[in-house]
Design a protein around this ligand. Structure first.
Ligand code: ADE
Length: 251
């Protein structure tokens, strides 16, 4: 997969791209990331990329021409038109599902804005608008990093152990249950016995049950949406009994 990031601050992506899993993904040829400085497509020799809002108001607005020209440049550089997504709090909410969807694409351009926002006409030449949550960042760079990072995890081979993206939180609509490593007892807190006894079937069952318990406690909204098997429903019934919750309150 090839990802172009259009930004006014390309330097902030270096450390993320040169660390850990994203670095390994790049070295393995699974992910290629190129930053494109929007200022290189400024409308004048002073590097102007923003201007005052028509009608007045605070802050500056990103002009449409530099972003349009930067996207056309990406198209030429890549040899084909990218799937272009604007980073904006007004976009569709970024989820595991959106990350999976983006990971299916060969060529994506993430556009990070700044200032008070984009000229509205920018929206007419992108394919998507993505928000990483209901809060406002000072710029789209952190959003683009989050989108890139979460998407890269779904590229085949990136995580090494391919199954781990599939068992993580949200992959099946539930939160992941508790995880432990050594020591077996820390400050009086014990690792559950079932995890130390090596009965694979019992471990799988325990993990599923604790995943259901955690989702019930923390994110009932996810539990209501999740596709549960017959066995899941049986485990959930056990959890509800243990937690003293009437199943009717859940739905
Ligand atoms: N830019 C500013 N805030 C943002 C958000 N919440 N998501 C995506 N892009 C943004």
């Amino acid at each position: 997969m090839k990802v172009y990031i259009l930004t006014l601050f390309p330097e902030v992506f270096g450390p993320i791209l040169q660390s850990s899993i994203l670095k390994r993904a790049a070295e393995a040829g699974l992910l290629k990331v190129k930053t494109v400085n929007i200022r290189d497509f400024a409308v004048d020799d002073h590097g102007t990329v923003d201007d005052y809002p028509y009608g007045g108001g605070p802050g500056m607005v990103l002009k449409p021409e530099p972003i349009y020209d930067a996207l056309r440049w990406v198209e030429q550089d890549a040899g084909t038109r990218p799937y272009a997504a604007l980073m904006t709090p007004q976009g569709r909410k970024f989820t595991t599902g959106v990350a999976r969807e983006l990971a299916e694409r060969d060529l994506v351009a993430l556009v990070a804005g700044h200032y008070e926002g984009f000229d509205e006409r920018v929206r007419s030449f992108v394919d998507d608008e993505i928000s990483i949550g209901d809060f406002v960042l000072t710029g789209g760079e952190i959003a683009a990093m989050a989108v890139l990072d979460a998407t890269a995890r779904f590229l085949p081979g990136v995580l090494g152990d391919e199954s781990s993206a599939e068992s993580d939180s949200f992959s099946d609509g539930l939160l992941e249950g508790p995880q432990y490593t050594r020591p077996p007892v820390f400050m009086g807190m014990e690792v559950p016995l079932v995890l130390r006894q090596g009965d694979r079937a019992a471990i799988v069952r325990w993990r599923r049950k604790e995943s259901l318990r955690r989702t019930l406690r923390r994110r009932k909204d996810l539990l209501r949406e999740a596709v549960l098997t017959y066995e899941d429903r049986r485990l959930l019934a056990e959890v509800l009994r243990e937690e003293g919750i009437d199943g009717k309150d859940l739905w």
